[in-house]
Design a protein around this ligand. Structure first.
Ligand code: ATP
Ligand code: MG
Length: 368
């Protein structure tokens, strides 16, 4: 592999080509696995560990059928490449992981030929959904930016006359002698306040995050306590935290707001005996909106309710889209904008009859 990578700059010539190659492979977003000619795994890069949810220590020396149980394709394709010395390219291959999870990958299997003999086999894998996801993210981002601009313009236009209407209703209230009519001015004032709260919520995403040290688990404990206090019935919330998650720089109030919106939705979606699970994990080498992060925090908010109604699923993150009679339809849109202003993203997925909302939050500094 050393020869395959050309030394391109002065910095690179200071180190050996092997070091450069290692560093390059380690930072690739493509999963790279190298097998020896007896089909034992020799090395795996960080993207590989992340895609396959394994550590290099655990899989080192393993054969393909142990790394991917029941994925006959890989065993056959790797052996074929080794014996024929030809490259194999395949799109959309189903991969069963040891964790029981199934993923679809595009793959390339290349024999490393030395003196006409295939000595090693290089396997490159890309999550087949990754490109589709990037396109969806781009599309969602464009529509959301346009929606945000028009909502904010509209909100200001509504807010100004609203102050006038409320003030006039208060003056009128003082002048009214008929007690029965006070009920009507009361309604005007209350409805003005409700509209104002709604508009303030919509405008809350326009403030730039003010970042300081934030412990994601402390935020979760706080949000859980708020949601428990809001609900008179007992909530079944299970926690599965990764204690190794570091303190990150983030706007605590904004992250609280985003998590709160998702957790409230989950509570609204489940039956009285339903379950909610909060899982935190670190993931490595993840691309979010064209930027590759070495580490990100993934927070899954999982509920066993029915999921987003199909008729609004594609637009659920846009403002004013709701599937609930009493909903305003801005909770998800606000949460998405707040997390995006931290360089992160919220994904929705329906898996194994469960609803997954996943907050992806970079651990590194990122000014959006
Ligand atoms: N966990 C969930 N399970 C099922 N449906 C969900 C879930 N989260 C969101 N939804 C659907 O997506 C819609 C939009 O959610 P969003 O939070 O934006 O608005 P809302 O909850 O209707 O109102 P609010 O502005 O008060 O939050 C919801 O009305 C609901 O139909
Ligand atoms: Mg909501």
């Amino acid at each position: 592999m050393n020869n395959a990578l050309k030394q391109c700059n002065n910095k690179a010539t200071m180190e050996t080509s092997a070091q450069t190659a290692l560093r390059t492979v380690e930072h690739l977003a493509t999963a790279v696995l190298l097998f020896d000619k007896d089909l034992h795994l020799v090395s795996i890069n960080s993207a590989g560990e992340s895609l396959l949810s394994v550590s290099h220590k655990r899989v080192s020396g393993m054969r393909p059928n142990n790394i991917w149980p029941n994925s006959k394709f890989f065993y056959d394709a790797i052996q074929r490449s080794l014996y024929t010395g030809t490259t194999c390219i395949e799109r959309g291959v189903d991969l069963n992981l040891n964790s029981g999870q199934k993923i679809k990958v595009d793959c390339m299997i290349t024999p490393v030929v030395v003196d006409d003999v295939a000595e090693e086999i290089l396997v490159e894998l890309i999550d087949a959904h990754a490109f589709v996801r990037v396109l969806q993210e781009e599309n969602q981002e464009t529509v959301q930016a346009a929606a945000k601009e028009s909502v904010q313009g509209m909100a200001h236009e509504i807010k100004n006359p609203l102050g006038g209407i409320r003030g006039a209703a208060q003056l009128l209230e003082r002048e009214l002698e008929n007690e029965e009519l006070l009920e009507y001015t009361g309604i005007i004032i209350n409805e003005c306040d409700r509209l104002r709260n709604f508009i303030d919520r919509m405008l809350s995403t326009s403030t730039h995050p003010v970042k300081s040290d934030m412990n994601i688990h402390e935020v979760l404990e706080y949000v859980i306590s708020v949601v428990r206090a809001e609900n008179s019935h007992k909530l079944n919330i299970k926690k599965d935290y990764d204690p190794s998650i570091p303190i990150i720089k983030a706007d605590r109030e904004q992250v609280i707001q985003a998590v709160l919106n998702l957790l409230r939705n989950a509570v609204q979606a489940i039956d009285s005996d339903g379950h909610i699970t909060l899982i935190t994990r670190i993931q490595r080498q993840v691309t979010i909106r064209h930027k590759l992060y070495r580490h990100i925090i993934v927070l899954d908010i999982i509920d066993d309710g029915p999921g987003i109604p199909p008729e609004i699923e594609s637009g659920a993150f846009y403002p004013l889209v709701t599937g609930r009679a009493e909903g305003t339809g801005i909770g998800l849109s606000i949460a998405q904008q707040l997390i995006q202003s931290h360089g992160g993203l919220i994904n929705y997925e329906r898996k194994d009859n469960k609803t997954y909302f996943s907050i992806l939050l970079p651990t590194e500094q990122c000014d959006e």
